[in-house]
Design a protein around this ligand. Structure first.
Ligand code: FAD
Length: 395
């Protein structure tokens, strides 16, 4: 039989191979990736790896031996150019043709590019190598985009003695991911650490080493753009698969072609918690969809769906987020969000807990994950009362 082919050798692909092995998959697997690396973790790219506190080999999800097992083939530094659905084959950049029995698209996403020649982006190891060389004491950095990747970069650069300015066009930081209380906290945090934050900043262009905004200009030795990501869906779209922002998949991660699956950043799936289809860019989502797809491919019972979660590390602050806060009608703060660096914000819809942003608050995060999964209705006054322990929240 033809092999199972995976396009994209990232976090989702690596977990898929691990889960297929666990689920007893017997066929041949061929993994095609356009980067010259074994699958690696991206979160450290804007955190410890960028800071030089983590060695390259610690990024890899699994050692090389894991992929070299009998029955699997690794084609790295190879780009898939086209899917021939009728002929059930993938066409590679070197002109070769790779027949498949089952195809899994795990192509991830890429940075949204802005028309700013000379600006850097932060997505892969090569990007970090390019940026890190410029982060020296006394240098200046302008980060365009106040999302979590831009802010993590700002935090690392500050530690390295770089003067940092963050330009965000929205009225607040991380606006897509968190509520206003949390945005205000991060503006304060970065201010306390010495970062200049400008919200409502409309970048018009890059003039050499000068970032030109409406009504202001900022000189920079290096400019890095962190303006969100776009999914790598071109292969799927050209093959005629349904795409709505991401590649449309069902509950089993199958596309509208029964022999093609999609997982990770590139896929769009219905989420009960949100009540609609959406695309999540997180490690948890990549791992979860990989497990679901593996079970479906092997004809096994699907694993239980978990509450989505995410984290970001900036300075000494770890934020852990669970659930999906979009559509909440009430936000409850537990702890002091205006001073200090430890509090949580709970998001409720019609009395049901749907999400939490926990800032240096592991117990709030852990307990909320369970309560969100249970669709628990909780008295907001108790959530906000530090006298009520998290473990007693159900009562
Ligand atoms: P990826 O890991 O991006 O892998 C996709 C791979 O497919 C890439 O190597 C790509 O080059 C390759 N590819 C694409 N098209 C082709 C083709 N045609 N042929 C061959 N290969 C192809 N998530 C968190 O949960 N927490 C965090 O703190 C966090 N921090 C992050 C920090 C940074 C700087 C970045 C960039 C991401 C971060 N993420 C974080 C997001 C997380 O890394 C992604 O959600 C995750 O990597 C998605 O896995 P994936 O396998 O879908 O995609």
């Amino acid at each position: 039989a033809d092999p199972l082919v995976i396009i994209g050798a990232g976090q989702a692909a690596s977990q898929l191979m691990a889960s297929l092995a666990q689920d007893g998959f017997q066929g041949e697997i061929c993994l095609v990736g356009d980067e010259p690396h074994l699958p690696y973790q991206r979160p450290p790219l804007s955190k410890k790896f960028l800071a030089g506190e983590l060695a390259l080999d610690r990024l890899y999800v699994k050692p090389a031996a894991f992929y070299e097992k009998a029955g699997s083939r690794l084609l790295l530094g190879q780009r898939a150019e086209r899917i021939d659905r009728a002929g059930r084959a993938v066409l590679l950049a070197d002109g070769s043709r790779l027949p498949y029995s089952t195809l899994v698209l795990a192509t991830g996403s890429r940075p949204r590019e802005l028309p700013l020649p000379g600006a850097f982006y932060l997505r892969n190891i090569a990007d970090v190598d390019a940026i890190r060389g410029q982060l020296a004491p006394g240098k200046s950095l302008v980060v365009i985009g106040g999302g979590y990747i831009g802010l993590e970069l700002a935090a690392v650069a500050m530690k390295l003695g770089v003067a940092v300015t963050v330009l965000e066009q929205a009225p607040r930081l991380m606006a897509r991911g968190v509520g206003p209380v949390v945005s205000q906290f991060y503006a304060r945090l970065h201010g306390e650490e010495g970062v200049v934050i400008r919200t409502g900043a409309m970048v018009r262009g890059l003039d050499g080493k000068r970032v030109v905004c409406e009504g202001a200009q900022y000189d920079a030795d290096i400019v890095v753009v962190g303006a969100g990501a776009v999914p790598n869906v071109e292969l799927a779209r050209e093959a005629g698969l349904a795409v709505e922002d991401g590649i449309v998949i069902d509950a089993q991660c199958r596309t509208d072609d029964a022999s093609i699956y999609a997982i990770g950043d590139c896929a769009s799936q219905h989420h009960d918690l949100a009540g609609r289809r959406l695309r999540l860019e997180s490690v948890h989502n990549a791992l979860e969809q990989a497990r679901i797809a593996a079970a479906a491919i092997c004809g096994r019972k699907p694993p239980a769906v978990q509450v989505p979660w995410f984290w970001t590390d900036q300075y000494d602050v770890k934020m852990q987020m669970a659930g999906l806060s979009a559509g909440h009608d009430l936000a409850v703060v537990r702890g002091d969000a205006e001073r200090g660096r430890s509090f949580a914000v709970f998001y409720l819809r019609e009395g049901t807990l749907i999400a939490v942003d926990a800032i240096n608050r592991a117990p709030e995060f852990m307990m909320s994950k369970q309560l969100i999964a249970e669709r628990a209705k909780i008295d907001p006054a108790r959530l906000g009362d530090e006298g009520v322990a998290m473990k007693d929240m159900r009562n």
